[in-house]
Design a protein around this ligand. Structure first.
Ligand code: HEC
Ligand code: HEC
Length: 243
């Protein structure tokens, strides 16, 4: 550089700016060719374009739960996440992303997303795995027990019968229950939405974490509200796919 006269350098830069290109015509700069959509392997780009609209910037939550939630990352293993992202959750707004399921992402891209959601975001906090509820329910759950569980842990915020209260929205109405899966409810009860002031399974009643069975039962009760509600857009059997 030092050997090149200043005016020549300036002229060269000027020419580059005018041509709008830093390489001679016909010789694209390395890395400047746009990647085909199925060749994108950059996590930031994949996440921003496909997930952030619902799960929030940096996984911090939006219309759908935060994925950068340490409790979520502790209960859901890689296979679970991959399956949900590949196939979506039918009956909800969670789309299927795998090409074979009608989506736009290759298996490799789905792997990039799911493994990096974990490696980037589970570092945020460690969760004591000892008393962690299981991701999937261990039984069908008991609806009448669930009603009692609701009164103990949820009613203070979500009001009598889940019709909504001063600190929590209605969660037993058609418009909510028709668009959430059974597992979506369970996941929510376990993870909460700390960013919205919704407690996780440990925080509904301070010092009194819910047991796995109580979680299963309260979800069974919520699901029973959906099944009893007339006018829902989906048939009951539709939900039977999501035990
Ligand atoms: C249009 C909104 C939308 C988009 C886009 C979206 N999601 Fe979701 N996602 C949801 C909803 C809603 C749920 C909850 C579904 C339910 O009720 O079970 C969900 C659930 C999930 C779950 C499962 C939570 C559980 O219970 O185990 C994961 C993991 C997930 N999404 C990851 C992703 C990833 C990764 C992307 C991008 C590749 C993505 N989502 C894009 C709306 C969306
Ligand atoms: C300390 C108050 C509080 C308690 C206790 C509480 N929640 Fe919530 N919950 C919230 C808040 C705040 C939100 C987020 C905003 C909203 O939807 O009202 C929320 C959201 C939810 C949602 C999602 C609603 C939506 O529209 O996306 C569900 C489902 C839910 N809670 C279920 C429960 C269940 C079941 C219990 C009892 C096991 C419970 N909550 C206990 C405050 C609470």
């Amino acid at each position: 550089m030092s050997g090149v006269p200043r005016y020549l350098l300036a002229a060269a830069i000027g020419a580059m700016l005018l041509s709008g290109c830093t390489s001679p015509p016909g010789q694209p700069r390395e890395g400047s060719e746009p990647l085909a959509p199925n060749e994108v392997m950059d996590f930031g780009k994949l996440y921003t374009e496909n997930c952030a609209g619902c799960h929030g910037v940096e996984g911090r939550g939006g219309a759908a739960i935060a994925l950068a939630n340490p409790v979520y990352l502790a209960i859901a293993d890689d296979a679970t996440m991959r399956k949900v992202v590949a196939n979506g959750v039918s009956g909800t707004s969670m789309p299927a992303f795998a090409e074979r399921a009608g989506g736009m992402l290759t298996d490799k891209q789905i792997d990039v997303i799911t493994t990096q959601v974990r490696s980037r975001w589970s570092r945020l906090a460690k969760v004591d795995a000892a008393n962690l509820p299981s991701y999937a329910p261990k039984s069908a759950g008991n609806v009448s027990q669930g009603e009692a569980v609701y009164k103990t842990y949820c009613e203070s915020c979500h009001g009598p019968n889940g019709r909504g209260g001063p600190q929590g929205s209605a969660i037993t109405n058609d418009s909510f229950l028709a668009l959430v899966s059974d597992q979506g409810l369970r996941t929510f009860v376990i993870t909460g939405r700390p960013e919205l002031g919704a407690p996780d399974w440990r925080g509904n009643v301070p010092g009194k974490p819910m047991s796995d069975q109580e979680i299963t039962d309260v979800v069974a009760w919520l699901v029973s509200r959906r099944v009893q509600n007339p006018g829902q857009p989906y048939s009951v059997s539709h939900y039977a796919q999501h035990p």
